[in-house]
Design a protein around this ligand. Structure first.
Ligand code: PEP
Ligand code: MN
Length: 338
């Protein structure tokens, strides 16, 4: 980190600043020029608050050289992280998977029908929300604990591992008892830091979705919260961000895939369903995400989208999912070069 100090700063002010920085555990290297004084920070600067420095009267500007995330950083961990689920399925580092299922678990018949259909069509992981983050408090909130019981049933019958969203840390035990294989943190909770810290204490894969208006760096610092607690099984999910465009539910930031691969070793998942909001847009964007190098896709599928209690407009029918899955598998060998 480099701090550019204003011309009129006194020696005492500069000395006070370097002393404060030393108490934060960083070494400083001050170079006094004719026009400016520059303070170089050496060592681990992750505890230094850039905004706090910028707010000081004597500071002209601050430039961060080091990324504010370490454990998620490819610079310190060159190899791709491969996440292995309890049944041996792997995600990342050349292992590509498709997660599919309804937005919400609605009934035993619904989840079993969809689970059988997506398995038949080539999905390896079943998705389904039991606790739903809905914009309106009057909208269907999910079946809660009953939804987890039904997911467990679907897992027992099909053998598919399950991924479902956790909104409240007090539900963690329920999730573990239900045999949830991947805990999803939804876009709205990407910066729920207390929740992230709790997940850091588990030995369970986490699917961390990008917030509606968050940068990739913020996504990585959120991943860092989980990893700093000791849980390194984190997958990042691009699910569209909010822009000025209104013809799609969100804007799928596909460049996030290669950018994330460059700066982190964590697997990158793409959700073309929430990113676009319309089922007809899901197959082309699922293919595009595969071509861009995603390690996994998460796709909403419903046995009767018109009657779905949540996100019917973006849900594929089992037949549409089967066709999409076939096309993804057809391009995979070209993308991964094998
Ligand atoms: C979901 O996957 O069901 C969901 C609510 O997604 P997001 O958090 O990306 O909106
Ligand atoms: Mn949904």
């Amino acid at each position: 980190m480099i701090i550019l100090v204003k011309k009129n700063a006194s020696k005492t002010q500069i000395d006070n600043l370097t002393e404060t920085l030393r108490t934060l555990g960083v070494q400083t290297d001050t170079s006094v020029g004719t026009n400016h004084t520059i303070i170089g920070l050496v060592g681990d600067t992750s505890a230094v608050d850039v905004d706090m420095l910028n707010a000081l009267d004597i500071v002209e500007s601050v430039q961060r050289i080091q990324d504010p995330f370490k454990k998620a950083n490819r610079r310190f961990h060159e190899e791709d992280t491969v996440i292995e689920l309890d049944n041996g399925i792997k995600i990342g580092g050349g292992h590509f998977q498709i997660m599919a299922g309804p937005c919400s678990v609605e009934s035993e018949e619904q989840i079993l029908t969809v689970a059988r259909a997506v398995k038949e069509a080539g999905a390896n992981i079943l998705r389904g929300g039991a606790f739903k983050p809905r914009t309106s408090p009057y909208a269907f909130q999910g079946l809660g604990a009953e939804g987890l019981r039904l997911l467990k049933l679907a897992k027992e019958e099909t053998g598919l591992p399950i991924v479902t969203e956790l909104m409240d840390a007090s539900h963690i035990d329920l999730f573990l008892e239900a045999g949830v294989d991947i805990i999803q943190v939804g876009a709205r909770n990407m910066q729920n830091f207390e929740l992230l810290k709790r997940l850091g204490k588990l030995d369970k894969p986490v699917l961390l979705k990008r917030g509606l208006a968050n940068t990739l760096q913020e996504l990585l610092t959120s991943a860092e919260y989980i990893m700093a607690g000791g849980n390194s099984k984190v997958m990042l999910c691009e699910r569209g961000i909010r822009t000025f465009e209104t013809r799609t539910r969100n804007t799928l930031d596909l460049s996030a895939v290669p950018v994330l691969h460059q700066i982190t070793h964590l697997p990158v998942v793409v959700d073309p369903s929430h990113a676009t909001g319309y089922s007809r847009l899901v197959p082309p964007m699922a293919l595009a995400a595969t071509a861009a190098g995603a390690d996994a896709l998460i796709i909403e599928v419903h046995n009767n989208p018109a009657k779905a209690l949540c996100d019917g407009a973006q849900s594929l029918t089992p037949a549409e999912f089967a066709e999409t899955s076939k096309r993804i598998n057809a391009i995979l060998p070209y993308v991964w070069g094998k």
